[in-house]
Design a protein around this ligand. Structure first.
Ligand SMILES: [Zn+2]
Length: 54
C-alpha cells in the first residue's frame, strides 16, 4: 500500500489516512476529496491491485 494517492485531476499527492485503509478492507474502495483541487475520486481494489477511478 502506498502512503499517497495521486489525484487523477491535478496530480496532487493526497495523504492516505487510517479511515481510507479501513474502507479498503471493508468495501474494497474508498473516496478521496483532493486537498488541492477539491474534486472527488475513488480508490478501488478489485483483488488485482489498487487503482484510482473518477
Ligand atoms: Zn486534485
Amino acid at each position: 500500500m502506498s502512503e499517497y494517492v495521486i489525484c487523477p485531476y491535478c496530480g496532487h499527492q493526497n495523504a492516505r489516512e487510517e479511515e481510507h485503509n479501513i474502507d479498503m478492507k471493508k468495501y474494497g474502495k474508498t473516496c478521496f476529496s483532493c486537498d488541492s483541487c477539491d474534486k472527488l475520486f475513488t480508490l478501488r481494489d478489485d483483488g488485482d491491485g489498487e487503482f484510482v477511478s473518477n
